[in-house]
Design a protein. Structure first.
Length: 191
């Protein structure tokens, strides 16, 4: 990913949309740290949005991982569709955008509405990736129904460890086939 720093131009936009409900505590911490690392790369414009039933844009805090970790307040319900609506407004160049939803996919509102919003983002040309919630042992916890609907839209849902996240993002930035990446790294795509 570091090799993309030509002339200080931002080649890709990455939007991290992170579920911050209580069951997501481990994933939120990993995502905050990785978001800060990505923000330091001049060639990637990173936005970070956390949500439960409310939405907080933490993009301005990406330069300070400590502030970012303390800003994430866990708890509450989950409204993924509402977070997708807000995050969609941040997309500047759809064909150069990677949208990463980090969630267990348990929608507190309408699951069908959430899937419609995901489909609209993907149809606009955005590369959409879903990272599932992991517990401390690295076991995924997620809505199998929502994951199956995402798979039907050809949107991969991975149970990716934090150690593999940078490699996954490098593959996404290079527009590599993420299903091939998952096979090479022995990560099953969930559906």
């Amino acid at each position: 990913m570091v090799g993309f720093g030509r002339k200080g131009t931002q080649l890709r936009q990455v939007i991290l949309c992170i579920d911050q409900s209580g069951s997501m505590s481990t994933s939120v911490i990993y995502a905050a740290v990785l978001g800060s690392i990505m923000a330091s790369l001049r060639s990637v414009k990173t936005n970070m949005v956390v949500f439960d039933t409310n939405i907080v844009d933490l993009t301005e805090m990406l330069n300070d991982p400590v502030d970012l970790l303390f800003a994430a307040q866990l708890g509450g319900g989950t409204d993924i569709a509402k977070a997708l609506d807000y995050s969609k407004s941040l997309i500047q160049r759809p064909n150069d955008t990677i949208f990463v939803l980090i969630s267990d996919l348990y929608e507190g509102g309408s699951e069908s509405e959430m899937i419609k919003k995901v489909a609209a983002i993907k149809t606009a040309g955005v590369q959409f990736v879903t990272l599932l919630a992991l517990n401390d042992e690295g076991t995924p916890s997620y809505s199998k129904s929502a994951a199956a609907q995402l798979a039907a839209l050809d949107i991969p849902a991975f149970a990716c460890t934090p150690m593999l996240f940078p490699d996954l993002m490098a593959a996404a930035i290079n527009k590599n086939d993420l299903r091939e990446w998952s096979e090479r790294n022995n990560i099953s795509v969930k559906n």
